[in-house]
Ligand binder design. Structure first.
Ligand code: MSP
Length: 507
């Protein structure tokens, strides 16, 4: 199976982690967990982007030296990955020595290839975005993102980005799925077709960055250093390292739509200019608003992910973020929507199904998975929909269709609930006919088998809750491959405890 290298952006340390950071990390986590369960070789990278004027200013505002500030803030971001149960294999900090070495090696490669020249930059810069803007992009004295801009004039090294216009267009022509969703790909293509100008890639006005290896008066533009993190984590500049050999360019970069240009234009151009292949896929997701309004500190409506987790639990929060909005589109966060979603999908649909079935087996059937009798058409149909999930979910994940991944599992859950209503095992059990009793065992076997499938497939989204269901079902092997073997009758169940309590709605 192809190896999977899944990355999040590395996060700026200028403030506490917010919903945006949590969202990309979570989406990457779902994909990484899925591929591991599918048996693939996976590397999941996240980390922090610690250089640049934005972080330097935040450190100054906190009255701390940049390195001390970065050390303190990086711990908070590392803690965020634990709080959301992210299974990242690497947490990379750009202040690490290995990263400085990688960024400098890439720079030297670009320089040796004649891709860098020295000149003077005179133009607009927005520290909030860590981005340069053309005069034509400035609207009412601000960047198109609304960020304040300042005029800077300084000696700078430039990267010959203009030379990569054609190669980038050719590359994307030949690789139609390299940028997703499609609307984002079109955006990137029209940006490139609009003409690329050489890019200023060093600064002299401050020194909080990776030093330009050939000129200590300059530090690298923070995006040059930051983007390199994706190969630092694979052992670059050692291109023969086993990680680099295995995982580059098998990468899937996940990021928000606001930083697509850096990833889909600058990064592949740097790589191609250094003689390296561009990343295999770049997926840009949308932005969360709060109750339909842009989240901002000044509006005081910034969602604190950790308060939400504390209030409603981690897995309902993870499920909500993945299920509520098609991955790639914008979404509106609200606690009311989270409560509704949790109660309907988790407490009612999945919670009731597992609780009813497992308690029935526990109380009435020894407590062991019963031996099924002959299967009816109805039994076969339900089992077949659970078995078909394998292919359907593979396609969803391959397309990063995370919402569809949940929807497809829930279609099976709803079918199983209809099956319970139709088969009525509770009333059958009261019958005095032994044939009815055998039928009860068959129905409960079928249901337990469907619950096993569902819980195995919900693991990437809700690792803890799924594992509790699988514990109760007495299942040890939880890989996707384990589903190839039918559920073993006679397996002893553990006492069922409800996994998804209802959230009482307050007015
Ligand atoms: N440091 C750069 C990335 C460098 S990657 C080589 C950066 N950091 S960031 O901390 O500002 O942003 C990280 C991510 O958070 C971006 O992908 C951005 O899209 C995302 N989000 C910020 N606010 C968001 C929402 N309200 N909703 C969803 N994601 C949002 O950019």
């Amino acid at each position: 199976m192809t190896p999977h290298y899944i990355t999040t952006p590395i996060y700026y340390l200028n403030g506490a982690p917010h919903l945006g950071h949590v969202y990309t990390t979570l989406a990457a986590d779902v994909l990484a967990r899925y591929w591991r369960l599918a048996g693939a070789n996976v590397k999941f990278l996240t980390g922090t982007d610690e250089h640049g004027s934005k972080v330097a200013q935040a450190a100054a505002a906190a009255g701390e030296a940049p390195q001390a500030y970065a050390d303190r803030m990086a711990l908070i971001f590392q803690d965020m990955t634990r709080k959301i149960n992210a299974s990242n294999d690497v947490f990379l900090r750009t202040t690490e020595k290995r990263h400085h070495e990688a960024a400098q090696a890439l720079w030297k490669k670009l320089e040796a290839a004649g891709q860098i020249y020295e000149s003077v930059y005179a133009g607009w810069y927005a520290t909030r975005d860590e981005a340069y803007y053309d005069e034509s992009e400035i609207v009412g004295g601000k960047a198109p993102t609304g960020a304040p801009v300042e005029w800077i004039e300084e000696s700078s090294y430039f990267f010959r980005l203009s030379a990569w216009e054609r190669p980038l267009l050719d590359y994307y022509e030949a690789h139609p799925h390299a940028i997703a969703p499609l609307s984002r790909r079109n955006e990137v293509l029209s940006f490139i077709k609009g003409g690329l100008r050489d890019l200023s890639i060093s600064r002299t006005k401050f020194d909080w960055g990776v030093m330009v290896p050939t000129d200590p008066a300059h530090v690298m533009y923070v995006w040059v250093d930051a983007l390199t993190n994706y190969i630092t984590a694979l052992g670059y500049p050692d291109e023969n390292s086993s990680d680099f050999q295995t995982f580059w360019p098998e990468s899937l970069h996940l990021l928000g739509k606001d930083i697509l240009r850096f990833h889909a234009v600058y990064w592949p151009a740097f790589l191609m200019a250094a003689g390296l292949p561009p990343p295999k896929k770049i997926f840009a997701h949308g932005w969360w608003t709060c109750d339909g309004e842009k989240m901002s500190k000044s509006l005081g409506n910034v969602v604190c992910p950790f308060n939400i987790i504390e209030k409603y639990g981690l897995d309902p929060f993870r499920y909500f973020l993945i299920r509520e909005v098609p991955f790639g589109q914008d979404g509106s966060f609200s606690e009311a929507a989270l409560v509704t979603r949790t109660n309907s999908d988790l407490a009612n649909d999945l919670g009731n199904l597992t609780q009813r079935v497992l308690s029935f087996i526990y109380k009435n059937l020894d407590p062991q998975i019963p031996v099924p009798g002959d299967l009816s058409e109805n039994d076969r149909e339900l089992l077949a929909s659970a078995a078909h999930l394998e292919q359907i979910l593979f396609t969803d994940i391959d397309n990063q269709a995370l919402q569809a991944y949940c929807q497809h599992i829930w279609e099976v859950i709803r079918k199983a609930n209809c099956y319970v209503d139709f088969e009525k095992p509770w009333s059958l059990r009261k019958s005095t006919d032994p044939q009815d009793h055998k039928r009860v065992e068959t129905v409960l076997y079928v249901l337990a088998e469907v619950i096993r499938h569902v819980a195995v497939y919900t693991q990437p989204v809700m690792p803890d809750s799924s594992s509790r269901i699988l514990d109760q079902l007495g299942q040890k092997d939880r890989t996707f491959a384990s589903l190839k073997t039918p559920l073993v009758a006679g397996t002893t169940l553990c006492e069922p405890v409800p996994v998804f309590p209802r959230i009482e709605q307050r007015d």
